[in-house]
Design a protein around this ligand. Structure first.
Ligand SMILES: [Zn+2]
Ligand SMILES: [Zn+2]
Length: 280
Protein backbone atom coordinates (compact mmCIF):
# COMPACT_ATOMS: atom_id res chain seq x y z
CA UNK A 1 0.00 0.00 0.00
CA UNK A 2 1.42 3.30 -1.13
CA UNK A 3 1.16 6.45 0.95
CA UNK A 4 1.49 9.46 -1.31
CA UNK A 5 1.09 13.24 -1.11
CA UNK A 6 0.67 14.81 -4.54
CA UNK A 7 0.22 18.49 -3.67
CA UNK A 8 3.27 20.17 -2.13
CA UNK A 9 4.60 23.73 -2.49
CA UNK A 10 8.10 25.17 -2.10
CA UNK A 11 9.82 28.39 -1.05
CA UNK A 12 10.11 29.33 -4.73
CA UNK A 13 6.49 30.50 -4.83
CA UNK A 14 7.16 33.20 -2.20
CA UNK A 15 4.50 32.14 0.31
CA UNK A 16 5.85 28.81 1.59
CA UNK A 17 8.64 27.98 4.02
CA UNK A 18 11.38 25.39 4.51
CA UNK A 19 13.85 24.18 1.89
CA UNK A 20 12.77 21.58 -0.63
CA UNK A 21 15.19 19.16 1.00
CA UNK A 22 13.55 19.76 4.42
CA UNK A 23 10.24 18.95 2.75
CA UNK A 24 11.58 15.62 1.47
CA UNK A 25 12.87 14.80 4.96
CA UNK A 26 9.46 15.67 6.40
CA UNK A 27 7.81 13.36 3.87
CA UNK A 28 10.12 10.53 4.92
CA UNK A 29 9.40 11.24 8.59
CA UNK A 30 5.67 11.10 7.80
CA UNK A 31 6.16 7.62 6.37
CA UNK A 32 5.34 8.51 2.76
CA UNK A 33 6.37 6.19 -0.07
CA UNK A 34 5.79 8.87 -2.63
CA UNK A 35 5.54 12.65 -2.89
CA UNK A 36 4.97 15.12 -5.67
CA UNK A 37 6.25 18.68 -5.72
CA UNK A 38 3.51 20.72 -7.37
CA UNK A 39 4.50 24.34 -7.03
CA UNK A 40 2.71 27.13 -8.89
CA UNK A 41 3.65 27.25 -12.55
CA UNK A 42 5.11 30.63 -13.54
CA UNK A 43 2.11 31.68 -15.53
CA UNK A 44 2.06 35.45 -15.87
CA UNK A 45 -1.12 36.26 -13.97
CA UNK A 46 -0.80 39.87 -12.86
CA UNK A 47 -1.69 40.57 -9.22
CA UNK A 48 -1.77 43.81 -7.34
CA UNK A 49 0.58 42.33 -4.74
CA UNK A 50 3.50 39.93 -5.13
CA UNK A 51 3.09 36.92 -7.40
CA UNK A 52 2.18 33.56 -5.87
CA UNK A 53 3.92 31.76 -8.69
CA UNK A 54 7.49 30.59 -9.19
CA UNK A 55 9.38 33.35 -11.00
CA UNK A 56 9.83 32.41 -14.67
CA UNK A 57 13.63 32.59 -14.38
CA UNK A 58 13.54 30.33 -11.31
CA UNK A 59 11.48 27.59 -12.94
CA UNK A 60 14.55 25.71 -14.27
CA UNK A 61 15.98 25.84 -10.74
CA UNK A 62 12.78 24.25 -9.39
CA UNK A 63 12.90 21.47 -11.97
CA UNK A 64 16.61 20.80 -11.36
CA UNK A 65 16.16 20.67 -7.58
CA UNK A 66 13.31 18.15 -7.81
CA UNK A 67 15.40 15.96 -10.12
CA UNK A 68 18.42 16.27 -7.81
CA UNK A 69 16.38 15.31 -4.73
CA UNK A 70 14.89 12.36 -6.62
CA UNK A 71 18.44 11.00 -7.06
CA UNK A 72 19.58 11.92 -3.54
CA UNK A 73 16.60 10.23 -1.81
CA UNK A 74 15.93 6.95 -3.62
CA UNK A 75 14.01 5.68 -0.57
CA UNK A 76 11.03 7.84 -1.59
CA UNK A 77 9.53 8.30 -5.05
CA UNK A 78 9.69 12.02 -5.84
CA UNK A 79 7.48 13.26 -8.67
CA UNK A 80 7.94 16.48 -10.61
CA UNK A 81 4.66 18.31 -11.04
CA UNK A 82 3.16 21.79 -11.08
CA UNK A 83 -0.09 23.36 -9.99
CA UNK A 84 -1.30 25.34 -12.97
CA UNK A 85 -3.99 28.01 -13.11
CA UNK A 86 -6.63 27.56 -15.73
CA UNK A 87 -7.86 30.43 -17.89
CA UNK A 88 -10.11 29.74 -20.86
CA UNK A 89 -8.03 32.04 -23.04
CA UNK A 90 -4.61 30.72 -22.09
CA UNK A 91 -4.56 27.17 -23.40
CA UNK A 92 -1.94 27.51 -26.17
CA UNK A 93 0.44 29.37 -23.84
CA UNK A 94 -0.24 26.93 -21.00
CA UNK A 95 0.36 23.93 -23.23
CA UNK A 96 3.66 25.47 -24.29
CA UNK A 97 4.75 26.09 -20.68
CA UNK A 98 3.80 22.59 -19.55
CA UNK A 99 5.93 21.09 -22.31
CA UNK A 100 9.07 22.81 -21.02
CA UNK A 101 9.82 20.28 -18.27
CA UNK A 102 9.50 16.49 -17.90
CA UNK A 103 6.42 16.76 -15.67
CA UNK A 104 4.97 13.62 -14.12
CA UNK A 105 1.52 15.21 -13.78
CA UNK A 106 -0.23 18.57 -13.55
CA UNK A 107 -2.64 19.75 -10.87
CA UNK A 108 -5.29 21.95 -12.48
CA UNK A 109 -6.60 24.76 -10.31
CA UNK A 110 -8.95 27.69 -10.39
CA UNK A 111 -7.99 30.58 -8.09
CA UNK A 112 -9.54 33.44 -10.08
CA UNK A 113 -13.07 34.24 -11.14
CA UNK A 114 -14.25 36.64 -13.82
CA UNK A 115 -16.09 39.54 -12.18
CA UNK A 116 -19.41 41.00 -13.17
CA UNK A 117 -21.95 39.96 -15.81
CA UNK A 118 -20.52 39.23 -19.24
CA UNK A 119 -16.95 39.74 -18.11
CA UNK A 120 -14.93 36.85 -19.43
CA UNK A 121 -12.15 35.52 -17.27
CA UNK A 122 -8.92 36.61 -18.86
CA UNK A 123 -5.33 35.76 -17.98
CA UNK A 124 -4.30 39.38 -18.44
CA UNK A 125 -7.28 40.90 -16.66
CA UNK A 126 -6.53 42.74 -13.44
CA UNK A 127 -10.23 42.64 -12.59
CA UNK A 128 -10.40 38.91 -11.99
CA UNK A 129 -11.14 38.03 -8.39
CA UNK A 130 -8.58 35.98 -6.45
CA UNK A 131 -11.31 34.08 -4.62
CA UNK A 132 -8.92 32.51 -2.07
CA UNK A 133 -6.80 35.61 -1.54
CA UNK A 134 -7.06 36.90 2.06
CA UNK A 135 -6.86 40.49 0.78
CA UNK A 136 -9.80 40.03 -1.60
CA UNK A 137 -12.40 38.57 0.76
CA UNK A 138 -14.33 41.86 0.84
CA UNK A 139 -15.60 41.03 -2.64
CA UNK A 140 -18.08 38.53 -1.17
CA UNK A 141 -20.20 41.53 -0.14
CA UNK A 142 -20.84 42.20 -3.86
CA UNK A 143 -21.50 38.58 -4.80
CA UNK A 144 -24.24 36.00 -4.50
CA UNK A 145 -22.54 33.06 -2.77
CA UNK A 146 -24.18 30.30 -4.79
CA UNK A 147 -23.53 32.11 -8.08
CA UNK A 148 -19.86 32.20 -7.13
CA UNK A 149 -19.92 28.40 -6.74
CA UNK A 150 -21.77 27.90 -10.01
CA UNK A 151 -19.18 30.00 -11.82
CA UNK A 152 -16.34 28.23 -10.00
CA UNK A 153 -17.58 24.78 -11.01
CA UNK A 154 -18.07 26.00 -14.58
CA UNK A 155 -14.39 27.00 -14.69
CA UNK A 156 -13.44 23.68 -13.12
CA UNK A 157 -15.31 21.73 -15.79
CA UNK A 158 -13.64 23.75 -18.55
CA UNK A 159 -10.28 23.05 -16.90
CA UNK A 160 -10.95 19.31 -16.68
CA UNK A 161 -12.16 19.18 -20.26
CA UNK A 162 -9.05 21.01 -21.52
CA UNK A 163 -7.12 17.75 -21.22
CA UNK A 164 -4.11 19.55 -19.74
CA UNK A 165 -4.55 18.32 -16.16
CA UNK A 166 -4.62 14.92 -14.50
CA UNK A 167 -5.50 16.02 -10.95
CA UNK A 168 -8.15 18.64 -10.15
CA UNK A 169 -7.07 20.79 -7.19
CA UNK A 170 -9.20 21.98 -4.25
CA UNK A 171 -12.42 21.72 -6.25
CA UNK A 172 -14.58 23.80 -3.89
CA UNK A 173 -12.01 26.45 -2.96
CA UNK A 174 -14.48 29.35 -2.51
CA UNK A 175 -15.35 27.93 0.94
CA UNK A 176 -11.80 28.58 2.23
CA UNK A 177 -12.80 31.50 4.46
CA UNK A 178 -16.13 30.00 5.51
CA UNK A 179 -18.42 30.97 2.61
CA UNK A 180 -20.30 27.70 2.16
CA UNK A 181 -23.02 27.15 -0.46
CA UNK A 182 -26.45 28.23 0.80
CA UNK A 183 -28.89 26.60 -1.60
CA UNK A 184 -29.09 23.15 -3.15
CA UNK A 185 -26.24 22.65 -5.62
CA UNK A 186 -26.93 18.94 -6.20
CA UNK A 187 -27.40 19.36 -9.96
CA UNK A 188 -24.25 21.45 -10.24
CA UNK A 189 -22.30 18.75 -8.34
CA UNK A 190 -23.64 16.04 -10.62
CA UNK A 191 -22.79 18.01 -13.77
CA UNK A 192 -19.27 18.59 -12.51
CA UNK A 193 -18.76 14.96 -11.56
CA UNK A 194 -20.03 13.84 -14.96
CA UNK A 195 -17.67 16.22 -16.70
CA UNK A 196 -14.70 15.04 -14.63
CA UNK A 197 -15.53 11.40 -15.31
CA UNK A 198 -15.73 12.05 -19.03
CA UNK A 199 -12.46 13.99 -18.98
CA UNK A 200 -10.71 11.15 -17.13
CA UNK A 201 -9.33 13.36 -14.36
CA UNK A 202 -8.70 12.51 -10.72
CA UNK A 203 -10.02 14.64 -7.84
CA UNK A 204 -7.72 15.38 -4.94
CA UNK A 205 -8.81 15.21 -1.34
CA UNK A 206 -7.01 18.40 -0.37
CA UNK A 207 -6.50 18.53 3.40
CA UNK A 208 -5.39 22.19 3.49
CA UNK A 209 -9.02 23.10 4.07
CA UNK A 210 -8.74 21.58 7.55
CA UNK A 211 -6.17 24.27 8.36
CA UNK A 212 -8.32 27.13 6.99
CA UNK A 213 -11.39 28.88 8.36
CA UNK A 214 -13.73 26.42 6.59
CA UNK A 215 -12.19 23.58 8.68
CA UNK A 216 -13.14 21.07 6.02
CA UNK A 217 -11.33 19.04 3.36
CA UNK A 218 -11.87 20.04 -0.29
CA UNK A 219 -14.23 18.68 -1.61
CA UNK A 220 -17.10 18.75 0.87
CA UNK A 221 -18.74 15.39 1.79
CA UNK A 222 -21.74 16.12 -0.47
CA UNK A 223 -19.60 16.99 -3.46
CA UNK A 224 -17.33 13.98 -2.90
CA UNK A 225 -20.41 11.72 -2.89
CA UNK A 226 -21.31 13.08 -6.33
CA UNK A 227 -17.81 12.22 -7.57
CA UNK A 228 -18.14 8.74 -6.08
CA UNK A 229 -21.50 8.23 -7.78
CA UNK A 230 -19.90 9.00 -11.15
CA UNK A 231 -16.82 6.89 -10.41
CA UNK A 232 -14.35 9.78 -10.40
CA UNK A 233 -11.11 8.57 -8.73
CA UNK A 234 -9.32 10.34 -5.86
CA UNK A 235 -5.78 11.17 -4.73
CA UNK A 236 -4.58 12.72 -1.48
CA UNK A 237 -2.83 16.10 -1.33
CA UNK A 238 -1.86 18.22 1.67
CA UNK A 239 -1.26 21.46 -0.30
CA UNK A 240 1.64 21.86 2.17
CA UNK A 241 3.26 25.28 2.29
CA UNK A 242 5.70 24.13 5.02
CA UNK A 243 7.50 20.83 5.73
CA UNK A 244 5.37 20.26 8.85
CA UNK A 245 2.20 20.20 6.72
CA UNK A 246 3.26 17.33 4.44
CA UNK A 247 0.70 14.47 4.67
CA UNK A 248 -1.16 16.41 7.36
CA UNK A 249 -4.81 15.40 7.75
CA UNK A 250 -4.49 12.22 5.69
CA UNK A 251 -6.21 10.10 8.35
CA UNK A 252 -9.21 12.42 8.14
CA UNK A 253 -9.04 12.20 4.34
CA UNK A 254 -9.17 8.40 4.49
CA UNK A 255 -12.21 8.57 6.78
CA UNK A 256 -13.93 11.02 4.42
CA UNK A 257 -13.10 8.85 1.39
CA UNK A 258 -14.56 5.76 3.05
CA UNK A 259 -17.69 7.56 4.20
CA UNK A 260 -18.30 8.60 0.59
CA UNK A 261 -17.97 4.96 -0.46
CA UNK A 262 -14.42 4.94 -1.83
CA UNK A 263 -12.34 1.80 -1.34
CA UNK A 264 -9.53 2.82 -3.66
CA UNK A 265 -7.18 5.75 -3.99
CA UNK A 266 -5.30 6.56 -7.20
CA UNK A 267 -1.52 6.73 -7.32
CA UNK A 268 0.92 7.79 -10.00
CA UNK A 269 1.73 5.01 -12.48
CA UNK A 270 3.45 6.73 -15.44
CA UNK A 271 3.74 10.29 -16.78
CA UNK A 272 0.20 11.64 -16.89
CA UNK A 273 -1.30 8.35 -15.70
CA UNK A 274 -2.83 7.51 -12.31
CA UNK A 275 -4.18 4.09 -11.36
CA UNK A 276 -6.02 2.46 -8.44
CA UNK A 277 -4.65 1.02 -5.19
CA UNK A 278 -6.58 -0.27 -2.21
CA UNK A 279 -7.27 2.47 0.36
CA UNK A 280 -5.02 1.84 3.38
ZN1 LIG B 1 -4.11 26.18 -5.21
ZN1 LIG C 1 -1.55 24.42 -3.94
Amino acid sequence: LKKADYHIHTVLSHHAEGSMEDTVRAALAAGLDEMGFSDHLPFPKPRSGPSWNIEPDEYPKYVDEVLRLRKAYPQIAIRLAVEADFFPDCLPRLRELLAQAPLDYVVGSVHYLGMGPGLALHAESKRDWGVDSPEEQGEWANQDVDRVYVEYFRQMRLAAESGLFQVMGHVDLPKKFGQFPRGDLTLEYARTAESFKKAGVVVELNTAGLRKRCKEIYPSPGLLKAFRTQGVPITFGSDAHAPADVAKGFDAAAVLARSAGYEEVHVWKAPGVFGPEKLA
